[in-house]
Design a protein around this ligand. Structure first.
Ligand code: SAM
Length: 431
């Protein structure tokens, strides 16, 4: 494998990587666009392909923009900073269109992409920690590899979280065994933020004191984690208050969550997504909505606040506990019921009667019970939110074979400058 190559790029994949050939060999090139001839460093071979990073662009494409972040393209946190933002949106939308067409689903209407802030949007991150030559690194993994990036700020993180990177390195360097800290998780609410410091060896008294003073100095809650999430413990006085919070002012709601709970990472885009999902239901007050994969009630509570009766189901017991607590906290208990349910399990063929379904599953999609739900629930309309266009399209095919029409669909750019995208589709049974 050569260290450096000069290639002409002919294609652009859904991850924002250019495609080229060297003889018979296919090369994927981060920071390379179609029509460009680039010099690139070959970083890895995977499944017969070379993975490379362009460092010099001889013939820049008209779609090229200079990356706002100095860690691009090496940092694996972003993949598209070199691409004009309108082209990023078009690329993501094309990916969805193609997945739908491969599954034979033709939407009645494709909505304009919905977008928001392009930087400082990210309220959650899991960062790697490594000690290299005595220096502590805290950051995203590098592209095409497992190394932790050398970074002092991150433009995708919210500013308060980004400002923590340097102090975090200093804190970890002060601990008794910096090499035994493999990762740190960051989670921010509207007002407060928290970190979870994973440690492989027991912490000393001096470590605990250093962590407590870091927490006071930076106004951040700190938790430690020696094993799974069940071993997370408060490590600072402020962390004994377990909840962070975010508001959804469109519905007059306030949500409480812990740093371990699933929450949408881009809170301003989340508001737009929730707004569209609730509008998509279009029910009469009192009608019944089943919110499947409901998490802490991010969609259930706005639906209940709009007058609907909501049942939320979800596999995570802590999330269901939080959903119930959020319903009480917002005075909506009478309109909501929540229960723990493994929705992929074979015994969950009938989650109850409902006029409307909201589905927001993990990347793998709604799972094997979807065809049964479309019969047993009696739902006439389905609002489907997905973080994977491929599994959305596969499930759209199942909905289509059950007679549902994809009335409208569109992308929500929750993760600008990365290859990730959220999709929202509204399906209607025509009878
Ligand atoms: C994309 S999140 C959506 C959560 C919520 N709707 C929100 O907006 O915050 C997917 C949710 O599915 C839940 N989940 C994953 N596998 C599941 C399963 N087999 N059965 C039920 N829920 C599951 C996760 O715990 C997570 O809360």
């Amino acid at each position: 494998m050569p260290r450096e190559i000069q290639v002409a790029i002919s294609t652009l994949d859904g991850d924002g990587c250019g495609g080229a050939s060297v003889g018979e060999r296919r090369v994927r090139i981060k920071n390379g666009l179609p029509g460009e001839t680039v010099s690139a460093r070959v970083l890895k071979r995977r499944k017969g392909e070379w993975l490379a990073e362009a460092f010099e662009i001889a013939t820049p494409s008209a779609d090229r923009r200079s990356a706002a972040c100095r860690y691009f393209p090496r940092c694996g946190g972003c993949s598209m900073q070199h691409l004009d933002y309108a082209r990023q949106l078009a690329l993501k939308e094309d990916g969805l269109r193609q997945a739908l067409s491969e599954n034979g689903v033709v939407p009645v209407s494709f909505e304009q992409p919905v977008h928001g802030p392009r930087f400082n949007y990210r309220t959650k991150a899991r960062l790697g920690v490594r000690v290299v030559g005595g220096e502590v690194l805290v950051g995203f993994r590098e592209s095409f590899g497992n190394r932790v990036g050398r970074m002092t700020e991150c433009l995708t993180l919210t500013e308060p979280l980004s400002r923590l990177l340097v102090p975090l390195k200093q804190l970890i360097a002060e601990l008794s065994a910096p090499g035994r800290i493999p990762q740190v998780e960051l989670a921010g609410g509207d007002a407060e933020a928290a970190i979870i410091l994973r440690h492989l060896d027991p912490l000393t008294e001096a470590d605990r004191n250093a962590i407590a003073s870091f927490s006071r100095e930076h106004g951040i809650r700190v938790y430690t984690q020696s094993g799974g999430y069940d071993t997370v413990l408060p490590a600072s006085a402020s962390a004994t208050e377990p909840y962070l919070g975010y508001a959804n002012p469109d519905f007059g709601l306030h949500f409480l969550f812990t740093p371990m709970d699933f929450t949408q990472v881009n809170l301003s885009m989340n508001r737009k997504l929730v707004q569209s999902a609730v509008l998509g239901i279009d029910a009469r007050p009192g009608e019944r909505v089943l919110d499947l994969f409901c998490g802490i009630g991010n969609f259930s509570l706005p639906l209940a606040a709009s007058g609907y009766q909501v049942v939320g189901l979800e596999a995570s017991a802590p999330a269901i506990e939080r959903a119930g607590m959020n319903a009480r906290h917002n005075g909506l208990s009478e309109r909501c019921e929540f229960a723990v349910q493994d929705l992929y399990h074979a015994d969950c063929l009938n989650p109850g009667q409902a006029d409307y379904l909201v589905l927001d599953p993990p990347r793998s999609g709604a799972g094997p019970n979807l065809p049964a739900w479309l019969q047993t629930t009696g739902a006439k309309r389905v609002v489907y939110v997905s973080c994977s266009p491929a599994s959305f399209a596969k499930d759209a095919r199942i909905l289509a074979s059950a007679g549902f029409v994809l009335e409208q669909v569109g992308i929500y750019d929750m993760f600008p400058n990365t290859a990730h995208v959220e999709t929202l589709g509204i399906f209607q049974r025509p009878w």
